[in-house]
Design a binder for this molecule. Structure first.
Ligand SMILES: NC(=O)C1=CN([C@@H]2O[C@H](COP(=O)(O)OP(=O)(O)OC[C@H]3O[C@@H](n4cnc5c(N)ncnc54)[C@H](O)[C@@H]3O)[C@@H](O)[C@H]2O)C=CC1
Ligand SMILES: O=C(O)[C@@H]1CCC=N1
Length: 280
């Protein structure tokens, strides 16, 4: 079977490899790394996967998934570059970080795929987008898409869309969890026991998401079906409109997209040494 290395198995790295294990991958085919030894031990004990240092893990892998924070990626690339060849497929999950930045830190011709998954992959309901870099062919892009399909839906997109994807589905769970949190707090303010408020809100968001997906109806149509003329929902929606909810979401997504570019710039600025110096 394919040998996979997950460099930086934090929240997202664990999400990806644990999904592969649920899908039937053998623990022996997965090597994970993490900065803290306790974390490596914990992952090895819970999943039976191998652990190693970054260079050893990358050297033995056919696919290397880089799941460190954007600020840590150049350090990792510099560590693994000496053992990576064009026969290794490199996939990065780092927000904002472009494939050309990654390619520039690795030997010439290494195929790189950029992917943006999200945490609902922990329950096999993920949404991920993948994009190939300059040297990644369709089969290699499909290979990474296939890894992420184990835990949800995957779309293949040109890389120019990745910062927008990051703003929508990458961070999206956090926005929705904030909505849930706010609604539960509101329920408590209205006098409901916290547990009741929580049950009402969680099932309402789950049911609404299921209805949206299964009906295929436009969200505006579904919203209108709930909103009786001059009724209670209309009163609530009026307040949300007064607070410019749509503008807030637009501004939030723009901020997330722009932050992707800033993270890439910061990662680039961290670059030591320059690739021409190291590979010459
Ligand atoms: N958390 C999320 O919802 C999503 C995160 N991402 C991306 O995934 C990446 C990881 O994010 P999280 O998992 O949330 O962060 P995290 O902090 O939970 O995980 C990062 C892991 O990398 C390890 N690490 C850092 N430097 C290392 C090094 N030099 N060698 C080995 N391991 C090292 C850390 O110890 C940590 O375990 C980021 O680039 C982020 O943009 C992408 C999609 C969604
Ligand atoms: O907040 C972040 O930067 C990462 C990328 C998408 C979700 N979490």
């Amino acid at each position: 079977m394919t040998k996979l290395a997950v460099i930086g198995a934090g929240v997202m790295g664990e999400t990806v490899f644990s999904g592969l294990l649920r899908a039937g991958w053998a623990p022996d085919d997965i090597t994970v790394t993490a900065r803290r030894p306790e974390r490596r031990t914990d992952l090895a004990e819970r999943y039976g996967v191998r652990t190693a240092d970054n260079a050893t893990a990358a050297a033995e892998a056919e696919i290397v998934v880089i799941a460190v924070k954007p600020a840590d990626i150049t350090g990792v690339l510099d560590e693994i570059a000496p053992v990576i060849t064009p026969a290794t497929l490199v996939a990065s999950l780092a927000a904002g970080v472009t494939t050309d930045l990654i390619e520039a830190r690795l030997p010439a011709g290494v195929p790189v795929v950029r992917a943006m998954p999200n945490t609902p992959a922990q329950v096999d309901q993920g949404m991920a987008a993948v994009s190939g870099g300059r040297h990644a062919d369709a089969a290699q892009i499909d290979l990474v898409a296939g890894l992420l399909t184990a835990t949800g839906r995957v779309t293949v997109l040109p890389e120019k869309y990745q910062d927008a994807v990051t703003a929508i589905s990458g961070g999206g769970p956090a926005y929705l969890f904030l909505v849930v949190e706010s609604m539960i707090e509101a329920g408590v303010h209205l006098g409901l026991p916290r547990q009741t408020a929580s049950e009402l809100v969680v099932q309402t968001i789950y049911g609404s998401a299921t209805l949206l997906k299964e009906s295929g109806d436009h969200p505006a149509v579904l919203r209108e079906r709930v909103t009786s003329p001059a009724g209670t929902t209309a009163a609530a929606l009026r307040v949300l409109e007064d607070h410019k909810l749509r503008a807030a979401f637009l501004g939030a997504m723009e901020a997330a997209r722009d932050r992707g570019g800033q993270l890439a710039e910061a990662a680039r600025a961290n670059s030591r040494p320059a690739p021409e110096d190291r590979h010459s």
